[in-house]
Design a protein around this ligand. Structure first.
Ligand code: NAD
Length: 354
């Protein structure tokens, strides 16, 4: 298992160090894990004048999987756009062809009160949002700001999906649904958008390969509403880039705790980039108080999706559950009566539970 480790900025190095402890513990158990480090984001700019330095690109391309902390920081806010940390993130996703973004929204029984929804609505919640990541209105051409003959200015973008882009992400969605509750809801805006009508047509065609999956379709406005009305009706949600951007943030907040949410971005061969959903949290960086669990759970996703080791994925997830059951909490998920611990202590507890 060749893993490129990119700690990044802010709390990135602290949380990644805890995930690496988990990987090292697994290596101690006999897994052949190779770790190699490189810079991304502000760290790349500081080290090599580039948020995605060539050495990082080379390492990421050669690795089976990439473990990323987070990028960004106030000190980089005034750099020209191509030098900004976030560009490093966009470039690595594009450079590796990571078109399938998986974000689970899972509510742990111990943290059910952290949700902004009533416990009965979210207790037992386990949704997977699959967002297409390299197409749609974010990448479609032409785009720009233009001045018309009458002097009026216009901003415009192009929503665009080709058949192959829809097919490959739909296949990923059905494959994931096969391993879960066998339900897939494709979200679009087919009542208004031609791109969405086409999306729906292709998804229905791909579904013929997966007769055991119960396929449904929902308009995105209704999906946004259903996610807060009755979120447990969903198993896997498949959607395009812009709708997925918005819905995955909405769904993640059902769980209440940004420090708990892992993500995976996969290419066509299950190579993946694994990272927590949160950012670099510069406000708490260097204080050893960040929650490392989202990053550790990202390692579980890596074992499941890139290395096809469901057994190890479940072992890591069980270790995380165990520390929550023991009452250990970082500040972001702390409740009265629990034991407050820092980032390092939380990482140590997960390794012990493992
Ligand atoms: P953020 O996710 O970094 O922080 C939002 C809030 O959540 C902060 O109060 C922070 O302290 C808290 N938080 C985040 N992660 C936490 C953790 N693991 N444990 C405890 N608390 C945690 O979002 P932001 O403040 O909007 O952005 C900060 C920087 O991160 C910006 O430069 C932004 O561009 C960048 N960012 C990067 C990524 C990424 O690397 N994928 C994603 C989002 C934002």
């Amino acid at each position: 298992m060749k893993i490129a480790v990119l700690p990044g900025d802010g709390i990135g190095p602290e949380i990644v160090a805890q995930a690496v402890k988990v990987l090292e513990a697994l290596r101690g158990d006999g897994l052949k894990i190779e770790l190699e480090y490189a810079h991304l984001g502000g760290a790349g700019y500081d080290a090599a004048g580039d948020p995605f330095p060539p050495a990082t690109e080379k390492l990421a391309l050669a690795a089976d999987a990439v473990l990323l902390g987070a990028v960004g920081g106030y000190q980089y806010d005034n750099l020209p756009r191509p030098m900004r940390p976030e560009q490093g993130l966009l470039r690595i996703r594009k450079g590796l062809g990571l078109f399938a973004n998986l974000r689970p929204a899972l509510v742990y029984p111990e943290l059910v009160n952290a949700s902004s929804l009533k416990p009965e609505l979210v207790s037992g919640l386990d949704i997977m949002i699959l967002r297409e990541l390299t197409g749609d209105i974010y990448f479609g051409q032409p785009r720009g700001i233009r001045t018309m003959d009458n002097g009026e200015r216009q901003g415009f973008d192009t929503m665009l999906y080709s058949e192959s882009e829809i097919r490959r992400v739909a296949h990923v969605g059905f494959q994931i649904a096969l391993k879960r509750g066998k339900k897939l809801c494709s979200v679009d805006k087919a009542n208004v958008l031609d791109t969405s009508m086409f999306w729906r047509e292709i998804v229905i065609d791909v579904a013929k390969d997966y007769p055991v999956i119960e396929l449904s379709h929902m308009y995105v406005d209704n999906a946004a509403m259903q996610l807060v009305r009755a979120p447990k009706q969903f198993d896997v949600i498949l959607t395009g880039n812009i709708f997925g951007d918005i819905l995955s943030d909405e769904a993640s907040m059902l769980t209440g705790s940004i420090g708990m949410l892992p993500s995976a971005s996969l290419d066509a061969h299950n190579k993946g980039l694994y990272e927590p959903c949160h950012g670099s949290a510069p406000d708490i960086a260097g204080k050893d108080i960040a929650n490392p669990l989202a990053t550790i759970l990202s390692v579980a996703m890596m074992m499941r999706y890139t290395f096809a080791r469901e057994d190890i994925a479940q072992r890591i997830e069980a270790a995380v559950r165990k520390v929550l059951q023991q009452g250990l909490r970082t500040g972001d998920i702390y409740e009265a009566g629990m034991q407050k611990v820092g980032c390092t202590a939380m990482g140590d507890a997960v390794v012990a539970a493992l």
